[in-house]
Design a protein around this ligand. Structure first.
Ligand code: PLP
Length: 396
């Protein structure tokens, strides 16, 4: 007693990197910078959805609901998939409610990937894809979507997908952080390679309702042969500005759903019951809500792009989602600053009062690909954007 060495952490945790976004967000907050880095809205969910949550608490919805989701929510989600993508998912056997997309992704990976398998990750990628692959004891095979076009390279993807160990591919469109919306060619390439190599597609469609300028989100599960091999994931966080509610969902064929539900049951039992009840109202909002959502974000996108360009960044309007990757090398040069994205992100926090995310943090295969870029998120109120404009003025 007393002399024993302190316990050590499991080796798998050594492969996990602390989230750059959360780290820099905390630093930006501490320095009083405005948070343009994290993709978290600074305004509330739609009032009718908040009211539904309040009502659920008043109605006594406090206890566990069936582990794979409140029946009324699964029904509403099944109808939503039919309404927007023409996809029929059985609420009883093919729809699972999870604690956010984050848990859906982890549950999906643990449900379909064994230790020793390989998983293709299209990157830039949300940080938890890599974590999920590590939890599953599998190996990530990164395929970069390269700036400036951020298009999927069919040859690079084909080479990765042909590896015999690949069991799943995970990707996200509309895409965080590039703002790309995968087009029919890219989806067709992914679909062809999945069917050819018997690979499961894990499709994170959390920004499904945010597309601009005629770009449209198409679920890969609508491609021939794909519904039977796709886990389609989305959630409340972005579409309804409710990142803290932790409600997401996964649609998948019954056999995969069965496996997802097992993992989900033994990790979280169920997503928060009153918020699942409120999510029924969210999922049933009329089409006008989604049209207004697109107009709301398009206006914010255009204003943010304009401000950044005026300040000297290079910014192209994104096709979807609510981020943009802005080039800062020319600006850094003009200001006589280090053009390294990490250094420039710190400079912006410390001296301009604006928090962003360095582009290199999105590329594990080759951080250099994001080196001259910073991610700005624009789910922000007018007051925040006014403040951003004031602060960026010092760069002109
Ligand atoms: N997937 C992507 C692509 C995201 O950008 C985010 C949040 O930024 C998430 C998942 C996390 O989703 P949730 O809040 O539902 O866990």
């Amino acid at each position: 007693m007393g002399d024993a060495p302190p316990p050590t952490a499991a080796r798998r945790t050594e492969a996990l990197f602390p989230s750059t976004i959360r780290g820099l967000t905390a630093y930006a907050h501490q320095r009083g910078a405005i948070n343009m880095g994290q993709g978290s809205p600074d305004f509330p969910p739609p009032p009718e959805v908040v009211e539904a949550a309040r009502q659920a608490l008043a109605d006594g919805v406090h206890q566990y609901v069936p582990t794979w989701g409140l029946p009324a929510l699964r029904q509403a989600l099944s109808e939503k998939a039919q309404r927007f993508q023409g996809l029929a998912y059985d609420p009883e056997t093919e729809t699972t409610v999870t604690c956010g997309v984050t848990e859906a992704v982890i549950s999906a990976l643990l449900a379909v990937v064994d230790a020793g398998d390989e998983v293709v990750i299209l990157e830039p990628a949300h940080e938890n894809y890599h974590a999920g692959v590590v939890f599953a004891g599998a190996t990530p095979i990164f395929v970069p979507i390269r700036p400036p076009t951020h298009r999927v390279d069919p040859d690079e993807l084909a080479a990765a997908m042909a590896r015999p160990g690949v069991r799943a591919v995970i990707f996200n469109s509309p895409h965080n952080p590039s703002g790309r919306v995968f087009d029919e060619d890219e989806l067709a390439t992914l679909a062809r390679l999945c069917t050819q190599h018997d690979v499961v597609a894990i499709s994170d469609e959390i920004y499904e309702h945010m597309t601009y300028d005629g770009h449209a989100h198409v679920a890969i599960a609508t491609h021939p042969g794909m519904k039977e091999r796709t886990i389609t994931i989305s959630g409340l966080s972005k579409t309804y500005a409710a990142t803290g509610w932790r409600v997401g969902w996964a649609y998948a064929p019954a056999a995969l759903t069965d496996a997802i539900r097992k993992v989900h049951d033994f990790t979280t039992i169920c997503a928060p019951s009153p918020l699942q009840q409120a999510a029924v109202t969210a999922a049933r909002l009329p089409d006008a809500y989604y049209e207004e959502l697109r107009a709301f974000y398009r206006a914010r996108r255009d204003r943010t792009v304009g401000m950044l360009r005026e300040a000297g960044f290079e910014a192209t309007p994104p096709e979807g989602a609510y981020y943009l990757m802005a080039g800062m090398e020319r600006l850094a040069e003009r200001l006589g600053r280090d053009a390294d994205d990490q250094a420039f992100a710190h400079y912006l926090i410390d001296e301009v009062g604006v928090g962003t995310v360095p582009g290199s943090s999105f590329y594990r295969s080759d951080p250099g690909l994001g080196r001259g870029l910073l991610r700005f998120a624009f789910p922000k109120s007018d007051a925040t954007l006014d403040e951003l404009e004031r602060r960026l003025a010092v760069l002109r």
